[in-house]
Design a protein. Structure first.
Length: 140
């Protein structure tokens, strides 16, 4: 029997996933981390990117997170994210539009924009598009 770990993925709006997984991959601040059952306790910040759950040899689930916190206990992984979207539910047209709008804002030299906000919006849109691209490459 394969060992599993309980995973909870929660956003400010709702609980997105609660169940067992064989492995969890998450975009931590210092790089991607892989969490297996009985992993040592860990708390780290998450950056915008893809959280992947290996449910079984035949099933993977992908989620886009905009950032948040990852807490790991030997038998429990909790992802507390600002925003979570199932990767298959990302709206590519909206992400492309947000990317174009953020790029336009960043090119505005009048000084009337919130530079940090525009950079954050651009990073989020690009991260969503990368998640979609990876999902397509895996043939899903």
């Amino acid at each position: 029997m394969t060992m599993t770990i309980h995973v909870d993925i929660v956003s400010a709006e709702s609980e997105i996933f609660s169940g067992l997984a064989e492995m969890v991959f998450a975009p931590a601040e210092m790089g991607e981390v892989g969490i297996a059952p009985r992993h040592a306790p860990l708390i780290t910040n998450l950056v915008a990117g893809e959280v992947r759950l290996k449910i079984s040899d035949k099933e993977m689930q992908e989620y886009y997170v905009s950032g948040g916190i990852l807490e790991v206990q030997p038998h429990l992984v909790t992802v507390l994210a600002d925003t979570v979207i199932r990767a298959k539910d990302i709206d590519e047209a909206s992400a492309l539009e947000a990317k174009a709008k953020a790029e336009e804002m960043l090119s505005d030299k009048s000084g009337k924009i919130d530079f940090a906000k525009a950079q954050a919006e651009l990073a989020q849109a690009v991260s969503q598009l990368r998640t979609l691209d990876r999902l397509r490459k895996r043939g899903r």
